[in-house]
Design a protein around this ligand. Structure first.
Ligand SMILES: [Zn+2]
Length: 317
């Protein structure tokens, strides 16, 4: 999922309001055969060229086609001794660790990115009704503004789902300076401190974009990094049934951390609830990211940074 793919897609400048209203519609960009001679605003990229499912999606690059490989890998940092805050106690993984799959047998960590948005609350209801836990990688401002969905984040948190960071504005961190990365991280921290009174310890970099510099910066900022080992490709216009086929073709104990997006209506209302039931029917336990890695709860997930505060005029994006 590298920025190299950028050259094959069209960027242009329209109003941001228009882009946000278009996000989620199909066939809107990237071609001449569809309504989609439309181009995407700055900060948005067309998900595909000459395809009915092309969408303006947030970001400056588009993930490449990925496989359904479900290898479980945990890469721990090689230098932790002198880095402040680089280690944690007990079963909690050290900061700077990169994870792609679950380590605990019989578990699945269902993950949702790019929210909170319109459909997230309903998805939480579905997950709660199925009695499964998931992890939400929230952004500050993308489809919506995080402060306008504070009640949704609180609902997820209070229901036992894990809240983690997906950065403020969904930039590819491999193209950012250390200070640029820090800004993308700290603005989410400020918001989650106000909304929940916690600092998340886990982060998923947008587009899965990470390298040694990003991981080193994350270690210094006290974050553990996770990508995925199964891509539902909901972002890529794959139908719900095609995404389901990826899950149905897995072995008995795949230890997956699948990638989904609660900002997409079909995922929030169909695919997400279906995965929850798929896991149960397969005899797998759908748990939070930290639980599937055997971390302590909530110590592996969060640092307590004071209680949540009432909304005031600083709650703006
Ligand atoms: Zn994302």
């Amino acid at each position: 999922m590298k920025a190299a793919a950028l050259s094959t897609f069209v960027l242009a400048s329209v109003s941001l309001v228009a882009a946000q209203s278009q996000a989620g519609a199909w066939g809107q960009c990237g071609g001449s055969g569809w309504t989609g001679a439309t181009t995407c605003v700055s900060g948005y990229t067309c998900s595909a060229v000459n395809q009915w499912y092309s969408q303006c999606i947030p970001g400056s690059s588009v993930p490449s086609t990925s496989s359904t490989t479900t290898t479980t890998t945990i890469t721990t940092p090689t230098t932790t001794a002198t880095q402040p805050g680089a280690t944690q106690g007990g079963t909690d993984l050290p900061y700077g660790t990169l994870v792609t799959g679950c380590s605990k047998s019989g578990t699945v960590a269902i993950t949702f990115d790019d929210g909170p948005y319109t459909w997230t609350s309903g998805l939480i209801d579905s997950l709660n009704a199925a009695n499964v836990s998931a992890t939400f990688f929230v952004v500050g401002q993308m489809y919506g503004c995080i402060y306008n969905y504070a009640d949704v984040i609180q609902k997820a948190y209070n229901s036992g789902h894990q809240i983690a960071s997906h950065t403020w504005s969904h930039k590819d961190l491999t193209g950012q300076s250390a200070s640029g990365i820090q800004t993308e991280i700290s603005r989410v921290e400020v918001a989650l401190k106000k909304i929940l009174g916690i600092r998340p310890k886990w982060l998923r970099p947008p587009y899965g974009g990470q390298n040694s510099n990003v991981l080193s910066t994350m270690r210094g900022l006290n974050y553990k990094v996770v990508t995925w080992n199964l891509d539902s490709e909901d972002w890529n216009g794959l139908s719900v049934s095609a995404s389901q086929n990826k899950f149905n073709s897995l072995g008995a104990d795949p230890k997956i951390i699948p990638l989904e997006h609660d900002a997409l209506q079909s995922t929030a209302q169909q695919l997400g609830p279906w995965i929850a039931n798929w896991a149960k029917n397969k005899g797998l336990k759908a748990v939070t990211l930290s639980e599937c890695l055997g971390e302590s709860i909530p110590g592996g997930q969060y640092e307590q940074v004071g209680g949540a505060t009432p909304r005031d005029n600083t709650w703006t994006c």
